[in-house]
Ligand binder design. Sequence first.
Ligand SMILES: Nc1nc2c(c(=O)[nH]1)N[C@H]1C(S)=C(S)[C@@H](COP(=O)(O)O)O[C@H]1N2
Ligand SMILES: [Mo]
Length: 511
Amino acid sequence: MLSRAGAGVVAAGLVLGLGELLAATTGPDASPYFAVGATTVDRAPAWAREFAIGTFGTADKPALFVGMSVLLATCAVVAGLIERPRRPYGGALLAALGAVGVYAVLNRPGATASAAVPTVIAVVAGMLFLQFAIRVLWTPRRGGGPSSSSGIDRRRFLAVLGAGAAVAVAAGAAGRYLGDRLAQVLEDRSRFRVPLAADAAPVVPSGSDLTTGPRAVPGATSFVTTNRDFYRIDTALQVPRLTTADWRLRVHGMVDGETTLTWDDLAGFEVVERLVTLTCVSNEIGGDLAGNARWTGYRMSEILDRVGVRPDADMLLSTSVDGFTVGTPVAVVRDGRDALLAVAMNGEPLPLEHGYPARQVVPGLYGYVSATKWVVDWELTRFDRAQAYWTQRGWAPQGPIRTASRIDVPAPFARITAGPVVVAGTAWAQHRGIGRVEIRVDGGPWQETEPATEYSADTWRQWRWVWDASPGEHRLEVRAVDGTGAVQDEQRRPPVPDGATGLHSRTVTVG
Ligand SMILES: Nc1nc2c(c(=O)[nH]1)N[C@H]1C(S)=C(S)[C@@H](COP(=O)(O)O)O[C@H]1N2
Ligand SMILES: [Mo]
C-alpha cells in the first residue's frame, strides 16, 4: 500500500520538477503548476475569491498553492494505488492532470503551442517512472527461491524511488531558480528603452532591397534581416541571463587605468546606429550564416580611448558572462570603422539569444573574432600571449571576412520555363564593399549582373540578372569582386581554419 502510494507521489513529483525545469527554458508562463494556479485565480467565481480573501486574507495565494498541493498529493497517492503492471491506470490519472496543466498553460496570455511542451514531456516521464516503479514492486526478488517468492526486491524499489525523488527535487529547484532569473531578465528587457542615436544610420534606399519596390524579386533575401530570422551561433547550452543592473564591463590588462563600467556609465558615450552584416566563419559556400541588422550602441574605440590603451597591446580579449572568449585586433577596433558595443538590434533591445544586454559588432570580421555576446570583460593583451576560444580549437587567430556571393533565386529544384528568368542573390565583403557581381552559365564567359544600390561597405549587396534560359539542365555560378577590385577566391576550401572559399553554383532544369 505505502510503497505504491510512494511511487505515485514520486511520479507526480517528477512531473512537477521536470515541468519546472523544462518551463524555465521556454518561458516563465510554461510552468504547469503555476499556470494552473494563475488560471484558477483568473477563473475563480467571485464568491470563491471573496471566500478565499475573507478566510485567508493576504495569505490567499499561499493558501491556493497549499490547496492545490493537497489535491495533487491525493491524486498522486491514488495514481500509485491504481497503477498495475501493463495496466497504467495511475499513468492515465497523471495524464488527466497533465491535460489540466496543458489547458492552463495554453490559456496564459500570449502563450503559443510550444508552451505545452514542458508539461507533455514531464507527464510522459512521470508515467514511465510510475510504470517502471510498479513493475519493480511486482517483480519477485531475484534468486529468492520458492520460500521467499512473496517477498519483493525492496532495496531495489527504494533505490528507484530515491533516485526518482532526487531527480524531482533537483529539477524542481533548478527550474525555480532559472525560471525566476528568466522572469527578471525579461522584465528588465521589457523596461529597456533603446537609446536615441545621436549619429543615426542612413535610411535604406529602396534600390538596396530586392524584396521591395516595383522591381521586387519573389524569393529574394530581405536586405535587413529580422531579429526572428537572424542566424544564431554560440556555445551556450542555456542562454545567459543578465540584467542591465547586473551588467558590468571590466576593462583591464595593458591599459593606463583599469575601469569597470556600469550600465549607467554607458550614457556618457555617444549613441551610434549602423547597419552591419554579420557572418559566421563556419558558413559553407552558399550557406545562410549571415545576417544584416541595424545595431544601436557605443563606439568601442571611444570606450578604449577613455581607458587608455598601451601602445604594445594588439589584442582586445573579450569574455562573455558564460566564459566564451574572442580575440579582436585592437588596430581594427580603432581604425575608424564602426566597431560597436551594441545594445539594440533593429530598434529593439537585443534578443536574449543575440546577447542581451550588450554585445560587440565589428564590421569586416567573422563573429568568432569580433561579435562577443553577453560581453562583460575586456582585457587588453597581445596575440603572442593570449588565445581565444576558437583559436584554442584550431581556428585562425585573425578572421577577416572573405568575399562571398550566393544565388538565392531560383530556389533549388524550382521549375523554370524557357525564356527570360530572373536570377538574384546577395554578396558580401564587409568593410571592403562589393564592386560588382558576375555570373556564368555552364562554364561560359563571366557576365556582369545588375547590382542593387550599395548601402555601405559594411553591409551585403544584392544583385539580379535576367537570364534568357534555354531548355535543358544548366549550371549557374556566381562570383563577386570586392570594392578594392579583388576577385573572390574560386578555389574550394572548407571553413576551417579561416573561412570557406569557392564559388556557389546552382544547377537548374529548364522545361
Ligand atoms: N558569448 C558568445 N558570443 C559569441 C559566440 C559564442 O559562442 N558565445 N559566438 C560567436 C560567433 S562564432 C558568431 S558567428 C556570432 C553570431 O552572432 P549571432 O548569434 O547574434 O548571429 O556570435 C559570436 N559571439
Ligand atoms: Mo561564427
